[in-house]
Design a protein around this ligand. Sequence first.
Ligand code: NAI
Length: 329
Amino acid sequence: MNILFFGTKSYDREFFQKLIGSGAYHDLEITFIEPNLTPETARLAEGFEAVCAFVNMDLCEKTIRTLQKCGVKLILMRCAGFNNVDLETAKACGITVMRVPGYSPEAVAEHAMALVLTADRHMHKAYIKCRENNFNLAGLMGVNLYGKTAGIIGTGKIGAAMARICHGFGMRVIGYDVYPNKSLDFVEYVDFEHLLSESDLISLHCPLTEENYHLINKDTIQKMKDGVILVNTSRGALIKTEDLIQGIRDGKFFAVGLDVYEEETGTVYEDMSDRILEHSTMARLLSFPNVMVTSHQGFFTQEALQAISLTTMDNALAFVEGRKNGNEL
Ligand code: NAI
């Protein structure tokens, strides 16, 4: 099977190329290209049986219909989330969509905690100050996490890993999930309202769905404790950014850490350092001293990339062999 690999970065090439050479996958042929998969670039898949795409690409109805015309039978998502894929259209077009669930929950959870600690203890500012010979501590005071309450929204694979990290910090951990995770015996499950009002740290780990779009908005922010720390490593649209910005202005948050944000599609993973920022919401978020933004990099560890490449290739192989392996959507 020949696979067209959209949006290739050097690290994708590095990890996938290691596998292509190995025996088990000799029937799979990969062509790497740089453009992302969008309605405009989908026609590049002419003659390919499969395409491989990522979280930052646009797999809307138009893209998928074009892929179908090109002869594509399989979409391999090299990520866990799939809210950017029109699954109904894929089904109607007879295209199988597969993903990589749970490749390294710890990678994302550890990044969530890195955001908490950076924003809480002002690491981003301390680093620059010390480099400039400024050893003054003004503006760097943080708050202890020990003894505080961590509220985890969505206690699946990543949420559970984050819950364990918070527990290790000596925090009381409360959780909200539509399906509570029975293996987390140290987590107290509460309803959403209680989680909002009792947490000193709120970390979002549920997938983005139609029901929870803008879960964090003016009303829910109002119900949070003053001085709360909010972290989102899940999906940008879980938070209504305009309301978050107002909340930050009102002094509601001690710190905010965002690995994902509403406007990221089309800009994330691109180097735009020589361009003027198009979006004013991002410019405003970056202007706050207690906000830490990273570029959807929670997944970005060696272990996670190894697991992503291995499972993606296994998915392709399962499809070729007509086997169901549970990673079909
Ligand atoms: P998972 O499927 O193991 O867990 C998700 C949990 O959320 C489940 O327990 C589910 O019952 C719960 N849930 C669903 N809707 C909910 C709601 N409205 N309120 C509360 N809980 C709800 O998924 P996993 O692997 O833990 O991933 C979670 C999310 O993390 C993904 O959907 C993706 O958006 C994001 N992610 C981010 C990455 C990054 O690089 N920043 C990398 C990988 C995933």
